[in-house]
Ligand binder design. Structure first.
Ligand SMILES: C[S@@+](CC[C@H](N)C(=O)[O-])C[C@H]1O[C@@H](n2cnc3c(N)ncnc32)[C@H](O)[C@@H]1O
Length: 389
């Protein structure tokens, strides 16, 4: 088989990690279908690439559609790569993600893991569409665009159903004042005020449960689905139990550290981005939260860990980037006082790879929750709790 060849009447067995569909030829050869197909569907597909163990292909015609497939609400859905699963309801999408997650975790843990797999608690997004208060647009000639699906082409956008309504409404005027390029745009869930990463402004972002309002520059990382982030932060803090000294690793501007400090915990927040550390420090000072300290450090470097060891945390929350944090498992294993880890992951396969030394040493995965941070896409945020034996 070569790129461009057609595969006829493939049946999609199930969805795999990264939202790909699994199918097989009569010969048994595995076909990985690009995101956008659903379990049980029959499709014709075009081979994109013949890899060593499987064919990578893209569905070109649906012969038999899943009963879950409905109309995609976005007019750009055919070309845009932003929401390949917008044709299922958020509830069905969440059930599909739970299946993907269960398979991926079992596979990543492998047979050597002796513990039982915890039940997955699936937490829906309060908003099925229009949930993002931060997003990226490509600007060409003062007009907003998105990256096309499976190519580097740009698709002109008249709207984006992923963006919160005030941010979608502001998108054309924000794009009009930007040069060509790729930019972050953001809006405040409190006031609706929208800005681009080039604007020197601070947007208010509130945590009603904690009586906190952060002031964040549009160019800083913060959880895009602010509605669901409220539930994620509350769940993470509940999972940290009554431990007093907590390390927040990959803390960003303090999404977990500041609410933890508001609950009276002593927190060391470590983050690689100096502007995020500055934002966290300024918010802590303005809010009078004296029990949190922000430090800028590259956690990929072993030397950075002496300050974490010196802090002697009883528990830690970790929220590394999608690529994970290679080597961190062994480092954490060498911290004797650490009793519990709350690991927030946007790529659970990488997370389990990173946690392997702890699991091999007898740490147990005791809870797992799937937060549907990105309805309409295959992406998910997973909160895992690991406990010392
Ligand atoms: C997924 S974000 C989480 C941020 C924060 N916990 C939140 O919820 O807003 C990951 C963070 O890790 C930081 N980061 C990435 N690589 C790092 C490294 N090697 N050392 C320290 N921080 C890093 C990024 O700057 C980013 O703020």
């Amino acid at each position: 088989m070569n790129a461009g060849d057609t595969l006829s009447a493939l049946r999609v067995e199930k969805l795999l990690w990264r939202g790909r569909g699994l199918a097989r030829l009569d010969s048994g050869q595995v076909v990985m279908l690009e995101p956008g197909v659903l379990p049980g569907e029959t499709v014709d597909a075009r081979v994109i690439k013949a890899a060593k163990d499987f064919l990578q292909a893209e569905a070109v015609r649906t012969l038999e559609a899943s009963p879950l497939r409905g109309a995609h609400p976005c007019p750009h859905a055919d070309q845009c790569g932003g929401s390949r699963f917008g044709m299922v309801t958020p509830a069905d999408g969440l059930a599909l993600k739970a299946g993907i997650l269960r398979d991926a975790v079992a596979r990543a843990l492998g047979r050597s893991y002796a513990g039982a797999l915890p039940e997955i608690r699936a937490v829906p997004s309060p908003d099925g569409w229009r949930y993002r208060w931060r997003g990226q647009i490509h600007v060409r000639g003062g007009l907003p665009h998105a990256m096309a699906h499976a190519s580097n082409d740009l698709v002109p956008l008249t709207d984006c159903h992923l963006l919160a309504a005030p941010l979608a409404a502001a998108m054309p005027s924000l794009a009009a004042k930007l040069p060509d390029g790729r930019f972050t745009i953001a809006a405040s869930p409190d006031t609706g005020e929208a800005a681009t990463e080039l604007d020197r402004t601070l947007l208010p972002f509130s945590f009603p449960d904690f009586g906190l309002t952060l002031r964040l520059p549009p160019n800083t990382f913060f959880q895009a689905n602010w509605g669901l982030n409220q539930l994620l932060v509350r769940a993470a803090i509940d999972e940290l139990g009554s431990f007093e000294r907590i390390a927040d690793l990959f803390s960003g501007a303090g999404n977990f550290a500041l609410p933890l400090a508001a609950r009276g915990r002593t927190v060391l927040a470590v983050e690689g981005s100096a502007p995020a550390v500055d934002t966290g420090t300024r918010n802590a000072a303005r809010l009078g939260l004296g029990s949190v300290t922000f430090r800028s450090a590259n956690l990929a470097k072993p030397a950075s860990w002496s300050m974490v060891r010196g802090f002697a945390p009883q528990a830690a929350i970790l929220d590394p980037p999608r690529t994970g944090a290679k080597g961190i498992g062994q480092t954490l294993l060498d911290m004797p006082g650490l009793q519990r880890l709350v690991w927030v992951s946007c790529d659970v396969v990488n997370t389990i790879r990173d946690a392997k030394p702890l699991l091999d040493a007898g740490w147990r995965l005791t809870a797992m929750s799937l937060f549907d941070m990105f309805p309409g896409t295959w992406h998910m945020e997973v909160l895992m709790v690991l406990e010392r034996p």
